[in-house]
Write a protein that binds this ligand. Sequence first.
Ligand SMILES: Nc1ncnc2c1ncn2[C@@H]1O[C@H](COP(=O)(O)OP(=O)(O)O)[C@@H](O)[C@H]1O
Ligand SMILES: [Mg+2]
Length: 235
Amino acid sequence: MSIVLSSVTLSRGGSVLFQDLSLSLTERRIGLIGDNGSGKTSLLRLIAGLQVPERGTVEVCGRDRRLHRRELPGLVGLLFQNPEDQIIFPTVAEELSFSLTAIGVDRRTAKERALGFLASEGLAPWSERAVSALSQGQRQRLCLMALEIAGPRVLLLDEPFASLDLPTQAALRNRLASADRQILLSTHQLAWLGDFERVIWLESGRVRQDGAGAAVCAAYSADVAGRSAPAQPVS
Ligand SMILES: Nc1ncnc2c1ncn2[C@@H]1O[C@H](COP(=O)(O)OP(=O)(O)O)[C@@H](O)[C@H]1O
Ligand SMILES: [Mg+2]
């Protein structure tokens, strides 16, 4: 399990975001933190192959993204920040089946496996449900299942906790802790990252700090607190 970015340059919105960025991501659990606009989503999109660097290379499990686009869904899955950006089909079973047909499984087998997967999750009654009738948290769960059913080696999650209630957050956290795949997760909820082996703090497209979760989160919190402290009156 490894993601390697070598001297990556990427512009977004007409200005350079990442310049000569190199990262080797081999830990099982990696957090991404930083202010809005620091580049968390762009980094995840690069790794998922949705963004192509102007210079440099991005390799996932030894494969260059540009040369192996068709292997993408089996290798890496990206949970979008907003479920509406990910869901395509009207019903739960169709959405899950599509994850499998996209990697070459025939339609009948895909449907059978989708129903089996739902049953194994204790969600058999969801199969014919309309996606439009699911709550936001349930849609996010569907999106995650749609990724997991394809069995990617790497799971990228972009602020997955943002719209979830506390019990659903806790369930997601347990799920991630036991998942047998590499996970790269961006979030503003630093409490979830304290026990992560590695957290990367991005600032304006650059790595400001990179290390053990507890230390990097503490440094970022201190920086934010310092920025928002009221100005001292001049005596
Ligand atoms: N679709 C887009 N078009 C143009 N610029 C974008 C787009 N998405 C993000 N950007 C720019 O890229 C930079 C990084 O954004 P992003 O990766 O979304 O950061 P984060 O996820 O940390 O909030 C920001 O300056 C943002 O304005
Ligand atoms: Mg983002």
